[in-house]
Design a protein around this ligand. Structure first.
Ligand SMILES: Cc1cc2nc3c(=O)[nH]c(=O)nc-3n(C[C@H](O)[C@H](O)[C@H](O)COP(=O)(O)O)c2cc1C
Length: 252
């Protein structure tokens, strides 16, 4: 087939579209639900392929995937978490500290696999299409890989938890990551007992999901509420998504 022939831009069949939204809406950050069962290589391989197919600035593909399974390394990373976690508690107002300390915010030791997704800032030389004026675009690209991996893992019935309560320099040193490479995401991955229906921080009363209609501006920042028909639909869809019945009205 001619490489320039376009694939048809038809919507995916409804069950596949439902699957995409279901993965998005039921993806959760996993901390306390990991099972010790090993993750089969075929699953691990597929979710890494999904991550590698993320968009990236100038097609830079700045990511690498450090797959961590050694108990001793996980232990050291966990120690780094404990240190940062104790420091972090003191950064919250006094009345919130006990709630903060009671939250489980990682599953480093329980998860059979940890993955550090990095960004090699020199992967494609100094001038990169799309990164010429906004330097952080390569970091954002690695974050796109994280999200692809997270959603693919949800589709496969695995759990992922992002742990960011670290001194990044310590993580860099523990994992022997070279200086030009930034550790972007430290992820815990494994089979899970199940997924929480709501974000745990929401269930714990830490924060609510924000009303989407209040986050929309039209044409210029601050112009809100000018397209009431769209906003009504958004409110309705957000309610439906939260109760697990987002409707796909587009016919096949
Ligand atoms: C950049 C980033 C860093 C995060 N760091 C942590 C973390 O250190 N510990 C943790 O328990 N959750 C962490 N999370 C998960 C969020 O707390 C979680 O996504 C949010 O509460 C919404 O819940 P949900 O992902 O289950 O929908 C992080 C998420 C992101 C995107």
């Amino acid at each position: 087939m001619d490489q320039r022939t376009l694939l048809p831009a038809t919507p995916l069949p409804i069950d596949q579209r439902e699957g995409v939204y279901r993965a998005i809406l039921t993806r959760r950050d996993t901390r306390g639900e990991f099972l010790p069962d090993p993750v089969p290589d075929d699953l691990l391989s597929r979710i890494l392929v999904a991550a590698h197919h993320a968009p990236s600035v100038g097609y830079m593909q700045p990511w690498s995937f450090l797959v961590i399974r050694e108990e001793g390394i996980k232990r050291q990373v966990h120690d780094a978490f404990l240190k940062a976690h104790a420091e972090a508690a003191l950064m919250f107002p006094e009345e919130k500290r006990d709630v903060y300390r009671a939250l489980k915010l990682e599953g480093i030791m329980e998860a059979p696999i940890n993955i550090c997704i990095t960004c090699d800032r020199d992967r494609a030389g100094p001038a990169v299409i799309g990164r010429t004026h906004i330097r952080a675009m390569d970091l954002y690209s690695s974050v796109c890989a994280v999200q692809n991996l997270w959603l693919a893992a949800r589709a496969e019935g695995l759990g992922v938890g992002w742990v960011s309560i670290f001194d990044n320099g310590t993580v860099q040193r523990l994992l022997n990551i070279p200086k030009r490479v930034v550790p972007v995401a430290y992820l815990c991955l494994g089979k899970v007992r199940g997924y929480h229906q709501r974000p745990e921080l929401e269930a714990a009363g830490w924060r609510e999901r924000l009303p989407l209609d209040q986050l929309i501006h039209f044409d210029q920042w601050g112009r809100q509420g000018t397209d009431e028909a769209l906003l009504r639909r958004l409110r309705n869809d957000q309610g439906a998504a939260q109760s697990g019945r987002l409707e796909l009205s587009h016919p096949d």
